[in-house]
Design a binder for this molecule. Structure first.
Ligand code: TXA
Ligand code: MG
Length: 316
């Protein structure tokens, strides 16, 4: 399958492939994803067949803007406030699905709610504007399931499956979107992600609780193995063994690891988020017997980074 620079022509070809029921990989500001026409049950089936994605894991439908999203799900005041604050951007809203939305049941895993997101990425926007029906975008997950943040990751893992891969270079954010459910009385945080919890609370004007991750119906996609490299992880490392790879953070990384990648020598959490998945991937292939991970402050984006690291450590 071809990896194409995302020229105007390649984007048109991708839109045509989606219309034919094929699947296409393309970048967003968070991670790359596999796109299919969310109203085409057969195309969606191909996305599910792509990896060991469990059937009950619902997908996010991607749209260019609020107006497009409203054709699939009604927005209440809270949903509108959040979308106006963060769209286009790395926030997914879980909303009641319109009965006549036309979205394939497989997309929503049979739920009467659906997740919607308008990505802030020129290539994704150009594609979504051409293809009036939404693409859904589960990021293909690699061996052990680290989300792809570069077209080469996608190519390495998906083989012939997508009709094409639009190459947009590395993703600016590197962490998946924050997922907020806006149904029922109070909004709930279903997944930590690229929009920090505090920013959402600032818009809502009140704290937002993280839904219990063991409640499968609340967020069926919160599967631990989503983020797991094959090499075991040792968290909160302050020193390192010679057979370990070191995932460092900040200016004072300990010496002596087999190999070291610093998420951000300047201790910048946004830079660390951008590099997280690619770094885990590289260290996973380093031949080290363990990946030692330095502590990352649990504030702002650090909360989501630590969430991914804990999942990666737990999944083994
Ligand atoms: O940044 C992202 O969100 C990336 C890019 C490609 O947009 N996509 C992504 O998709 O991470 P995925 O499939 O790995 O995660 C979708 C998340 C899961 O946690 C899933 O449970 C949740 O969204 N979700 C989707 N529909 C839902 C629904 N109706 N109710 C509750 N959670 C839902
Ligand atoms: Mg995922």
């Amino acid at each position: 399958m071809p990896v194409l620079p995302a020229t105007e022509e390649a984007i048109s070809q991708a839109a045509q492939a989606l219309a034919r029921g094929e699947i296409v990989a393309f970048p967003t500001e968070t991670v790359y994803g596999l796109g299919a026409d969310a109203r085409d049950a057969r195309a969606v089936t191909k996305v599910f067949a792509a990896k060991d994605r469990p059937r009950f894991n619902p997908l996010i439908v991607h749209v260019p803007d609020i107006a497009a999203a409203e054709t699939y799900a009604p927005f209440d005041d809270t949903a509108r406030k959040l979308a106006e604050a963060f769209w286009p951007g790395p926030l997914s809203l879980v909303l009641p699905k319109r009965p006549a939305s036309g979205i394939a049941d497989l997309v929503t895993a049979g739920l009467d709610t659906m997740a919607l997101r308008a990505p802030n990425h020129a290539i994704a926007q150009a594609l979504l504007k051409q293809r009036s029906c939404p693409s859904l975008r589960p990021p293909p997950t690699g061996p052990g399931g680290i989300s792809p943040t570069d077209a080469t990751h996608v190519a390495a893992e998906l083989g012939d499956l997508p009709a094409m891969i639009l190459d947009g270079g590395p993703c600016a954010r590197g962490l998946e979107s924050t997922v907020v459910r806006v149904t029922g009385e109070t909004p709930a945080l279903l997944r930590l992600g690229a929009v920090p919890r505090q920013e959402i609370e600032a818009v809502l004007g009140h704290p937002i609780a993280l839904a219990d991750e063991d409640a499968p119906i609340a967020s069926p996609g919160q599967l631990v193995r989503h983020y797991a490299p094959n090499t075991p992880l040792r968290l909160d490392a302050t020193e390192v063994e010679p057979d370990e790879a070191l995932l460092a953070f900040g200016p004072s990384a300990p010496q002596g690891a087999l190999t070291t990648i610093n998420l951000s020598a300047a201790a910048d959490l946004a830079e660390a988020a951008t590099k997280l998945f690619a770094s885990l991937r590289a260290l996973d292939q380093s031949g080290a017997s363990r990946i030692a991970v330095m502590p990352v402050p649990d504030q702002g984006l650090g909360e989501a980074i630590n969430d991914r690291l804990r999942r990666a450590a737990k999944a083994r």
